[in-house]
Ligand binder design. Structure first.
Ligand SMILES: [Zn+2]
Length: 284
């Protein structure tokens, strides 16, 4: 039986710490897997729009599959914010922008707010993602859809938007709009809207509810181990491309998703219940 390594609770400078480089190894392109996933995400999410579903059932499958693929793209963009998509900041930014292209969210705001989320997890007024904390459940989908656009407002109110940020953001939006206009020209606006608009809502819920709201449930501001939770099991690991390992990720953001599999714990419940996602919530 393989021993589960214990995460080292040491914060190092990231995203380009020597420890992260050692973990990624030098023998082959350590970023290849994530970059291939990003290429597959972009090709599949846009390429599948070329086929118009013939029935409502096929349309439903079409939207669900594309939503999942776009979700995987957001997970890869998250890797970019931690420097796991390339050796340089520029490489990480370009791969991150590409990964977020299908969900039409600018990478610039995500990178900046995500670093603040790690530094100030669950702290009121300091963690930009705390916007997801809802009083009533109907707020959840609304906040999930609004969050990536709310980030700009959050940063602007706190004086964290400079000229460089605005320039980057504008270029990012020009790129997104250009790509979407080209696709609309190729396949027609009705197919683009019917194929993408429902996905934007579903992706927001799939990403933020299980992998942000539930992985920070309780929104503790106590010890780091209590502020975020992991999901048990390899199914959740592979389904979410490592995003299920949230506590380990927060404690060790320099570990790329491909290496987080070594920290996965199996659900201690009887095997018949293990298909239901469950979190390892620690208490003091
Ligand atoms: Zn992160």
């Amino acid at each position: 039986m393989t021993q589960r390594p214990s995460p080292v609770h040491v914060r190092e400078p990231w995203p380009h710490s020597p420890r992260a480089s050692r973990l990624r190894g030098d023998s082959h392109c350590p970023y290849l897997a994530s970059r291939l996933v990003i290429c597959a995400v972009v090709a599949t999410s846009f390429g599948s729009l070329a086929v118009t579903p013939s029935t409502w059932a096929v349309y439903l499958v079409d939207v669900l599959l594309r939503s999942y693929v776009i979700f995987v793209g957001t997970v890869m963009a998250h890797e970019g914010t931690h420097g796991h998509l390339g050796r340089s900041r520029t490489a990480n930014e370009w791969w991150g922008r590409l990964a977020l292209l299908p969900c039409s969210v600018p990478y610039t705001n995500f990178r900046k707010t995500h670093h603040l989320h790690h530094l100030h997890t669950n702290l009121p007024d300091e963690d930009p993602d705390l916007f997801l904390k809802s009083r009533f459940w109907p707020e959840i989908p609304l906040r999930a859809v609004a969050l990536p656009h709310y980030w700009f407002l959050w940063l602007w109110r706190r004086g964290r938007i400079d000229r460089r940020h605005v320039g980057e953001l504008l270029l990012n939006y020009v790129g997104i709009v250009s790509v979407y206009l080209c696709i609309a020209w190729l396949i027609g606006l009705p197919r683009l809207l019917s194929g993408m608009a429902p996905c934007f809502v579903l992706v927001s819920i799939l990403l933020w509810y299980p992998f942000a709201i539930k992985t920070h449930e309780g929104f503790s501001t106590g010890p780091e181990a209590l502020r975020s939770h992991d999901y048990y099991g390899h199914f959740m690991f592979w389904f979410s491309f490592g995003l299920s390992m949230h506590r380990v990720h927060h404690a060790n953001p320099w570990i790329p998703w491909t290496e987080l599999r070594h920290f996965v714990q199996e659900d201690p419940r009887p095997s018949r219940w293990r298909l239901l996602p469950r979190r390892d919530i620690q208490v003091v």
